[in-house]
Design a protein around this ligand. Sequence first.
Ligand SMILES: Nc1nc2c(ncn2[C@@H]2O[C@H](COP(=O)(O)OP(=O)(O)O)[C@@H](O)[C@H]2O)c(=O)[nH]1
Ligand SMILES: [Mg+2]
Ligand SMILES: [Zn+2]
Length: 307
Amino acid sequence: MSMADPLRGLIVKGIAGFYYVKSGDEVFRCKARGIFKQRDMKPAVGDKVTMEVIPDNDDSLITDILPRKNSFIRPFIANVDCFAIVMAAARPDPVLPVLDKFLVMAEKNFTDVVICINKCDLAEDTRKAKGRKAAENIEEIKRIYGPIYPVVCVDSVNGTGFEDLMEHIKGKTTALAGPSGVGKSTILNRLIPEAFAETGNISEKSQRGKHTTRHSELFTIDEDEGTMIFDTPGFTSFDILEAEEEELQHMYPDIAKFVGGCRYNNCRHVAEPGCEVIKAVEDGHIDSKRYESYKTLLNEIRESKQY
Ligand SMILES: Nc1nc2c(ncn2[C@@H]2O[C@H](COP(=O)(O)OP(=O)(O)O)[C@@H](O)[C@H]2O)c(=O)[nH]1
Ligand SMILES: [Mg+2]
Ligand SMILES: [Zn+2]
């Protein structure tokens, strides 16, 4: 007797013990096989799975989870190809050490990156101080990060700059990351109108949007090209502190370029003599803000290992 190939699919949503698995044009509501619980494995949105369709039963059964490219704990998702890391040109002003943390998270999980500056409309009126500040913020991000990562400018209220953004996420499964209030939900609504991601109104005082997405969900932007995007409640905690201090230098591509030439081969590039990284900072080949954030994160990792 020959068994048919098991049906393959992609988990696009998980709610209350049910998983919604997309296979071709169909979405099957599934339960997970009991064995996963015993093995302490939980299917995640983004997982590629095999499943069994049970005749005369409303629900199908997830029988296996295929190996993951990466996975995250909060939000609990898997197989992210690309992070679109969102910062606002202003309101709220970009915080570069936070951008660096998201970049380290992306590097640690081997994803592509596109830095997306949103609210670029705020930089239009440079006759006003507010507009000049937004324009300066955009220029600074482009100057520091442009040589290392793709940087795109969008205005998600009016929908400008999205061709550029699409260029970098085409054919990939992308997750939006970034602080609250920068416009992630508004961008998502532009990219996939049926997502209906709720956009919080920014409060004048806190300059923060209210965040409302509770479940992670994976939406298709372009079926033929295989372009997909996660809607998540947001990345709040970072796995970065699980990194070894030795690893961190490799998660800054601009710093990694100079690693290997130092006098000591266990050089951490903090104050060691004969350090090529420190020399590159002094010579202006590495931006001093990036270097400072490297040292800050290195300290965070060291402190977390002391307990
Ligand atoms: N001026 C301007 N405001 C925007 C833009 N994108 C989003 N906003 C506003 O910023 C606030 C926060 O947006 P939201 O999408 O909820 O941010 P999230 O917390 O990152 O999901 C909302 O009031 C949006 O209307 C933009 O491109 N330009
Ligand atoms: Mg949001
Ligand atoms: Zn060094």
